[in-house]
Design a protein around this ligand. Sequence first.
Ligand code: NCD
Length: 351
Amino acid sequence: MSLTGQHILSSDLFDRGRLEELFGLADVLVPVARGEQVTRVLEGAVMASLFFEPSTRTRLSCESAFLRLGGAVTSTTGSEVSSLSKGESLADTSQVIAGYCDLAVMRHPEVSSIHEFAAVSNIPVVNAGNGAGEHPTQALLDMYTLYREFGRLGKSMDGRRIALIGDLRHGRAPHSLMKLLARYDDLTIVCVSPEGLGMPEELLELVAARGHRVEESHRPSVGLADADAIYATRLQTERFADKPLPYSDEFRVDRALVERVCRPDAVIMHPLPRDSRPGANDLGTDLNGDPRLAVFRQSDAGIPTRMALFASVLGVADEVRKSLRPATWHRPAYRRPDDAAFYRNTANIAD
Ligand code: NCD
């Protein structure tokens, strides 16, 4: 079944075949994301960008992806500036927006919000984060990052050891990622979290039922050892109504910990934002410049991945390849020193 016209509410929509198709299309779109080529396959289409919770990456990369496909974007951010603040229901808002736009991307603090919104929408609705629920487009770009990083390192996806660390109870990004990891084979998935912030049981059961080995640990120095990839996450403070934060500095994934326990070729990821304030127990900024730190390659991956998704949902995936032309303007290549190896091996990926 094709993705055309589908709502993208959960990452469980994507089986391995769909993921591989999307990643193939994302590879083709990397030069568009980098400003080397242009396409107009979505000319005339309008995307509604509805963010009722803070966002930098997801909103800007969804909007940039749609714009780079030749579409246009209209947006509202924060419920205080939309009619939701006047008591309008999500269902009414949804039906109004369907009359204006061709696809809607929505982020909202309530888990049930996206389902209420999509249930009455006759345009495709993309979940950009529903409270502590899911974040399927983040999981797609995370899987695409793993696919490219492991490709660069000459490793296959199957058989890998993947460690997820942090607030796995409230983190919607790791929830959606678990469902995609489950689609691969023979993984060892290590969930490392403080007591009380573990991965929801049903997600542990889902991956175990698909034949993967699942381990849980409260000790980062044990849980991160020998992992091929480490997926660090932020403590989701906005989901804790006044409760004390059960987090110790043991959970700071910094250079000292990485040097002590991680593989020399570990891929270190984080959906970002990371809390970079002094004393924060998050991914350390002292890892900046370490080629293992893939977080900015990961955020870059948001553009080709979301372009591939939007093109597929709006039924133009097959048009993309023949639509590409060189950009007539020049944007200096954006390459960080630690990305050199990555670019050397993948520069001609779309050729
Ligand atoms: C995440 C989110 O909003 O769920 N960020 C993102 O979209 N890249 C992770 C987070 O906020 O911790």
